[in-house]
Design a binder for this molecule. Structure first.
Ligand code: FAD
Length: 442
């Protein structure tokens, strides 16, 4: 592969910033793994589903973990699964769903590796019930650049466990992970949809539905302003009960965006039109769907990130503590509406109290909002800084897995345990993200 093609393949999902690793090192056999020679810094690269630069290491080496793709053990009686860190969640689901098991926590795409899911301590639609990915991790092995291998678990090498869950790949290479799965009776999900007209309505609906449903998430129309500000669609779901003998529909083939258009197809016109249409689209109040469209609606459109054109896009995901959520989210949505830089994929969700203990984990009690913005250069960066102002003042935080631009001072405010964490960074590991946020200016 040419170096341009290689670097393209090693881009992050938002395709910003550019990726130019000096070296890409495929990891295949975990027993004989050797890190590249000094002086370069290394960083594990899973499947590049992070949006910004946590998975990039410009001018350094990327350790490609997808080759660590073996299942090690699975006990269908207890639902304990151990696999190498490069195995994708989609590969795990293909194995476990037919045997009546499901992931206890899954993000909004199944194309992430086990190692990537641990390193960002990813969250799913059931955070309010079970917490984040780290809460289902029973153990993992951490390989350090000095060759040492450390078994980490909630009650063994606890400090290394807490540094590495949500540790952004900086504490060493996770070689394998053991997780606890949850039982399911079938692959179906019972779903309820409700339209809401404002943020207050969202919060009221959420209180009502979260008590009854383990999964919930909302889409929000962020092109709306004035009286319609904060309107959206609430979606709640649960695994269907036993005894449901519905036959599986024929498998649908995923569509692909075949190339990157010269301009972003996501613009003020398409965003406004899409949001209005999507909000008013008739949908049944209650229904049954397979788990894939419920958990992974975007996975059926491969390479959808190409729609944002050659300059890529930013994702902004913040969490705001419960007491300030109503006011701060209203302000964020108002600032977006005024900027005219709306987002199609705006998602709102309440996080619960349960945490994994990861020192740099993003999920914490509050309401989280995630939005995509086409990269229009400085005007987009200015808007995101204005959103950060609100998040900082409200005592919230921004998600590193989705970030490509937060300042060092914002990072230190959002993740006050960064200093304790720094002592656990492998001396041979670094990332573009870490270099940015650990620089002292500003
Ligand atoms: C469509 C879409 C929906 C998403 N929905 C959600 C969501 O609902 N919730 C959520 O939390 N996230 C979500 N994400 C983000 C995604 O889940 C995370 O960024 C995830 O960590 C990506 O995993 P990856 O395997 O692609 O890792 P990469 O993006 O390649 O790397 C992520 C981090 O993990 C580190 N890493 C990877 N492998 C290892 C290893 N073996 N050892 C040590 N460190 C390692 C890397 O160094 C990097 O810091 C979504 C992303 C997309 C594209």
């Amino acid at each position: 592969m040419s170096s341009a093609a290689l670097n393209h393949a090693l881009a992050s999902w938002g395709r910003y910033p550019s990726s130019y690793p000096h070296q890409a090192v495929p990891c295949r056999d975990r027993q004989t793994l050797v890190l590249p020679e000094e002086p370069q810094a290394c960083l594990p690269f899973g499947n590049g589903r992070s949006y910004g630069d946590v998975c990039l290491n410009n001018d350094g080496a990327l350790l490609l973990t997808r080759g660590l793709d073996r299942f090690i053990a699975f006990d269908p009686a207890t639902g304990v699964l151990q696999a190498e860190a490069g195995v994708l969640l989609s590969e795990i689901l293909a194995l476990i769903v037919p045997q009546g098991w499901f992931l206890s926590v899954t993000p909004g795409t199944q194309f992430v590796t086990l190692g990537g899911a641990v390193a960002n301590d990813v969250h799913g639609k059931n955070h309010h019930v079970v917490g984040s990915f780290g809460c289902q991790v029973r153990a993992f092995e951490l390989l350090r650049s000095d060759g040492s291998q450390r078994l980490c678990a909630p009650h063994e090498n606890t400090d290394w466990f807490q540094a590495t869950v949500g540790g952004l790949g900086l504490t060493g290479l996770i070689t394998w992970v053991e997780i606890q799965l949850q039982r399911i009776a079938n692959p179906w999900i019972v779903v309820e949809n409700r339209r809401f007209a404002s943020l207050d309505e969202f919060l009221a609906l959420d209180t009502e539905y979260e008590a009854r449903y383990p999964y919930s998430v909302s889409w929000i129309d962020c092109a709306a302003s004035g009286k319609t500000l904060g309107r959206g669609i609430y979606l709640a779901g649960m695994h269907a009960p036993p005894g449901l003998l519905k036959s599986l529909p024929p498998k649908r083939r995923a569509l692909t965006i075949p190339f990157t258009p010269p301009l972003s197809l996501v613009n003020a016109l398409s965003v406004g039109g899409f949001n209005r249409l999507y909000y008013h689209l008739p949908r049944p109040a209650r229904g049954l769907t397979l788990y894939q469209p419920f958990f992974y609606p975007l996975d059926n459109l491969l390479h959808w990130n190409r729609l944002y054109g050659p300059h890529g896009f930013f994702q902004y995901q913040c969490v705001i503590p419960p007491a300030n959520a109503r006011e701060a989210l209203g302000e964020i949505l108002a600032r977006i509406a005024v900027s005219g830089q709306g987002s199609m994929l705006a998602v709102l969700k309440r996080f619960g109290e349960k945490t994994s203990g990861g020192w740099l984990s993003f999920p914490r009690p509050g309401v989280t909002l995630a939005l995509d913005f086409p990269n229009r250069g400085q005007p987009t960066l200015d808007l995101l800084e204005r959103l950060d102002e609100v998040t900082r003042q409200a005592g919230g935080a921004v998600y590193p897995a989705k970030d490509a631009r937060m300042s060092g001072s914002s990072f230190r405010q959002y993740f006050p345990q960064w200093r304790k964490f720094s002592a656990y960074i492998d001396p041979r590991f670094a990332s573009s993200f870490w270099r940015r946020v650990s620089s002292t200016t500003p």
